[in-house]
Design a protein around this ligand. Structure first.
Ligand code: 1CP
Length: 327
């Protein structure tokens, strides 16, 4: 039987909802915490073997329809001379230390290649960060909360900020190409913080960055998924990225978006807090989403953002099983 995730990507008829979760390999999982006792985040992201094994272990434990390469959106920025440190309970801190090198290195590309060689039975999702989201960590030298500093940069010096976005877009496109030529089954663009911008700035960011990345992806047969949060009021702008799928958060009804915008593929959108706090309510709401989207071939069940670290791993596994049983 064809894999549900691959069927949904193609828009083929299938029965049941394909499922995977953002951050499905992460601190909520016992086996990941064990690996992290031995290796730092930086070491894992620089090891194609660990990146692919952690990705596979999570997908196999949860019985999801796809794995996502374990790495981080900031890693490709090393090619621009940034050294990225991961600080516990904070996030990535980029520091400009070196200069741009001629030789582009894609650790995610190597991890995808390793995954395809060792675990050919399960589709693997490659990913990159959206340049606006990447820029926010550079501009703020770390997480930028509600994008206060990033917005200030855009408002005070739009030309210079657009120039930075252009530079980041070029790096992201190189990384995407490496992951595609290594065999990625789909590419997700993580633009987590786009929704903090106003509609016009978001539109500008999509035009200057995402649109170009999607164009590069669509030259291959690989499908693109564009993820952001807080953007259900700007779906028209997201669609103009040209992405095959939009991953939306819990601030909208996916069914209504589907009825309004027609043929666009959709992914999402259970609130990760519900899954962390009440497995029963997560099952109820998850089944409701999957039922409402049953007739949409291009639908992938996911959360609206990543699994929270305090989530019990058994509850994520149970959610997958219960949705499979009834939808
Ligand atoms: O201590 C640890 O183990 C580090 C925690 C951690 C993990 C597990 C970080 C630091 N990154 C990751 C993995 C990661 N990051 C994946 C793995 C694949 C998966 O299973 O989904 C992916 C796809 C990302 C992408 C990522 N990194 C995004 C986009 C998705 C999202 O969550 O919004 C963002 C914004 C980052 C930055 C980042 N890296 C790490 C943290 C804690 C953060 C967020 C910091 C912030 O709040 O701004």
């Amino acid at each position: 039987m064809e894999n549900l995730f691959l069927s949904a990507l193609k828009g083929d008829d299938h029965k049941g909802a394909p499922m995977w979760f953002m951050r499905q390999a992460g601190r909520y999982m016992n086996s990941y915490r064990e690996v992290r006792k031995e290796y730092t985040m930086e070491q894992i992201c620089h090891s194609p073997e660990l990146s692919s094994r952690i990705a596979y272990d999570a997908a196999r434990y949860l019985q999801t329809d796809a794995a996502i390469i374990f790495s981080d959106i900031m890693i490709p920025l090393e090619n621009l001379g940034y050294n990225v440190k991961y600080v516990e309970n904070t996030g990535p801190i980029p520091e400009k230390t070196g200069s741009t090198t001629d030789q582009f290195v894609s650790y995610s590309g190597m991890a995808v290649r390793n995954f395809k060689a060792n675990y050919p039975d399960i589709p693997v999702i490659g990913f990159v960060g959206g340049p606006l989201t990447l820029a926010s960590y550079i501009i703020a030298s770390g997480p930028d909360g509600e994008l206060k500093k990033t917005k200030e940069a855009l408002i005070r010096d739009e030309d210079k900020t657009i120039e930075l976005l252009g530079e980041l877009t070029d790096v992201v496109i190189k990384d995407v190409k490496a992951q595609i030529s290594s065999g990625a089954d789909a590419i997700q663009i993580f633009d987590s913080w786009l929704g903090f911008l106003d509609h016009n700035y978001a539109e500008l960011a999509v035009k200057k960055t995402t649109r170009k990345i999607v164009d590069a992806i669509s030259k291959s047969k690989v499908k693109s998924i564009y993820f952001s949060t807080g953007t259900s009021g700007m779906v028209d702008a997201l669609i103009r990225s040209g992405a095959d799928f939009l991953s939306l958060d819990w601030r909208c009804s996916l069914k209504e978006v589907s009825e309004t915008f027609g043929s666009i593929g959709l992914q999402g959108n259970l609130d990760p807090s519900v899954l962390a706090l009440s497995p029963e309510k997560a099952v109820e709401k998850g089944i409701q989403i999957a039922r409402e989207m049953r007739d949409v071939n291009k639908f992938i069940f996911n959360l609206g953002h990543g699994i929270l670290p305090e989530t019990k791993q058994e509850n994520v596994k149970m959610l997958v099983r219960k949705i499979r049983d009834v939808v």
